[in-house]
Design a protein around this ligand. Structure first.
Ligand code: FES
Length: 580
């Protein structure tokens, strides 16, 4: 930790707009004053942007305007001036074709809004899956002081006295309806109790994972990730974060001071400990690219291997986010990871201290929820990165969500050429498939879908489910919801639409999966594979115009985080020209 605080007072970047007696400064100030602002608002105090992903079409973030008011209180208390502004909000549950296709658009929006406006620091209000990485990516590319405040998870879902986890229950119940273990009426009744309050998914899905990643990276105050959205303490941490960002501006503590190689290594290890979502792989790789940190898939595999999964939350385990918060939340997990010797304790956080200072005394109040290491769900959590002729640049699998007996498996491929092909044939009793087969899905990657659909955990055929079988090996270039589970190999790179070997798998080919050896093999000869790839014809990709066209043209592959090639890197906060 080598951070040296800047001297204070000094002129801030907002004074480039508001300082002095020139025509432009008068114009900038006078228009702002139509909101009823006293003259001393522009006396050189820190001006703090509150970058808000509020939207009623992103239900997980629909309460963020109220959270923003609490942030403002804190900013005022610390002597700053808060200004709230909206950016594109990626709602996972509603946006088509996928929220992932819009992550880069939202990141671009956040970056340009932060850079182009007269703000000295920014509070990033996030919640639903893509809103957290997109805002961190945008802020990293500008690199002015930034702090993340999450909206927090919903209260636990409930149905007939039982907990119902967001997403996870939908996958479970829909398979039960298919197998006859649950009626459709019961499923629809359960729907009423799945989302009981404001907030994001309350499983350890992608939203909770990314909130945890922000905290593990040091981009939030300690404890931010798990506080329920409607808990009074969520408002408290928002207010404290408002106070803190003002001090960060005075100290000039920027994302580049926090988002170091050590911080990413901490986050990868914490992801193993929480049994976090495979989506975190994409988002952290993309974020690292924005801030100039070299990070790759092999880092994920290497750093996660020796991390036990100690958070007993759905989809890998039993409990939900309310219990996780009550048990001590992420600080208790990070303390445990640190005590295993797996944390860079000096990595700087937005607190201005080493990350360890914020967690070293964190209690664990419930060892059924945050497990002792010897009772971990798996001793090698993290993300397994498989390579081989079927995924030369890698594919990922979450061992804690997979079936142990399928981690080494050889089976006959049953190939679906698209997600539509899958839907058309999966319920067909004549489909030649049993539980030993390997289900293969193509053209659902970044370019192919476009936007990497969360369909990799495709449901099993009814005739297999009726035997009581609940898992099969599935392989695709798609993603999987963080709330999902199963022996699901995802993100194969290059994807089918980019000419990856996945494109030429055929029905009846034998595929060998060896997770301990990290191998994924299509058992055909090199010459046969080469011949098939030579004969492969690139499909006409959907979305030839508009943003979808730009996306397909410029998105990179999953192994580097699926950012746009032209957005990699930090472009800084300088804006040389002013048209006024
Ligand atoms: Fe928004 Fe899960 S759908 S957090």
């Amino acid at each position: 930790m080598t951070f040296v605080k800047a001297t204070w007072p000094r002129a801030l970047r907002s004074q480039d707009w508001f300082g002095g007696t020139g025509k432009n400064a008068i114009m900038h100030r006078s228009w702002m004053k139509n909101q009823g602002l006293p003259a001393d608002t522009f006396d050189g105090r820190p001006i703090i942007g509150i970058c808000n992903t509020w939207s009623e079409l992103t239900p997980c973030n629909a309460h963020l305007r109220e959270i923003a008011e609490r942030v403002k209180r804190g900013v005022y208390e610390a002597g700053g001036f808060p200004v709230e502004f909206p950016v594109f909000s990626c709602g996972e549950s509603t946006l088509r074709p996928t929220a992932m296709m819009f992550r880069n658009l939202a990141a671009m929006d956040a970056e340009e809004a932060i850079r182009g406006n007269p703000i000295d620091g920014v509070v990033l209000l996030t919640g639903c899956d893509k809103t957290t990485p997109s805002l961190m990516m945008g802020a990293a590319s500008v690199d002015i002081p930034a702090i993340v405040v999450s909206g927090g998870p919903m209260l636990n879902g409930k149905w007939r006295g039982q907990p119902v986890g967001s997403g996870t229950a939908v996958w479970q119940f829909s398979e039960m309806v298919k197998s006859g273990a649950m009626t459709l009426e019961e499923f629809m009744d359960a729907e009423q109790g799945m989302a009981r309050s404001a907030g994001s998914c309350m499983t350890m899905g992608t939203a909770s994972t990314m909130a945890s990643m922000a905290e593990a990276l040091g981009m939030t105050l300690p404890g931010n990730a798990a506080i329920p959205a409607v808990d009074a303490r969520r408002r408290v941490i928002a207010q404290l974060s408002g106070r803190r960002i003002v001090e960060m501006v005075k100290d000039d503590l920027k994302p580049s001071d926090v988002l170091t190689r050590e911080a990413f290594e901490n986050a990868i290890r914490v992801n193993g400990a929480i049994g976090g979502s495979t989506n975190a792989v994409l988002h952290l790789l993309a974020l690292a690219g924005r801030i100039g940190i070299k990070l790759d898939l092999d880092d994920w595999d290497r750093l996660g291997r020796d991390v036990p999964t100690i958070v007993n939350l759905q989809p890998s385990g039993r409990w939900l986010m309310e219990e996780f918060y009550d048990a001590g939340g992420l600080p208790a997990v990070m303390r445990a990871v640190g005590e295993m010797g797996l944390l860079h304790k000096d990595a700087l956080a937005v607190t201005g201290e080493g990350i360890w200072d914020g967690v070293k005394d964190a209690p664990n109040w419930n060892e059924d929820v945050i497990l002792p290491v010897e009772k971990a769900l798996t001793q090698s959590g993290g993300i397994a990165v498989l390579k081989g002729n079927l995924a030369p640049k890698g594919a990922v699998l979450k061992p804690s969500a997979a079936s142990p007996h399928l981690l080494v498996h050889r089976g006959r491929a049953v190939v679906f050429e698209s997600i539509e092909d899958y839907h058309a044939r999966i319920n067909d009793e004549a489909l030649d498939i049993d539980e030993t087969c390997v289900m293969v899905l193509k053209y659902c990657g970044p370019k192919g879908y476009p936007g990497m659909a969360e369909v990799g955990n495709m449901g099993l055929p009814p005739k297999v489910l009726r035997k009581g079988v609940t898992d099969m090996v599935r392989i695709s270039d798609a993603r999987m919801s963080g709330t999902a589970y199963g022996t699901v190999i995802l993100h194969t790179a290059p994807e089918a639409a980019d000419g990856g070997p996945l494109a030429v798998v055929r029905d009846g080919d034998i595929i060998a999966v060896d997770v301990p050896a990290r191998r994924l093999t299509l058992e055909i000869s090199e010459a046969e594979l080469e011949a098939r790839l030579k004969a492969w014809v690139s499909p006409v990709l959907a979305g030839a115009g508009g943003y979808a066209g730009l996306y397909v043209d410029r998105v990179m592959q999953a192994d580097t985080g699926a950012d746009f090639d032209f957005l990699v890197g930090c472009r800084g906060s300088k804006v040389e020209r002013d048209s006024h």
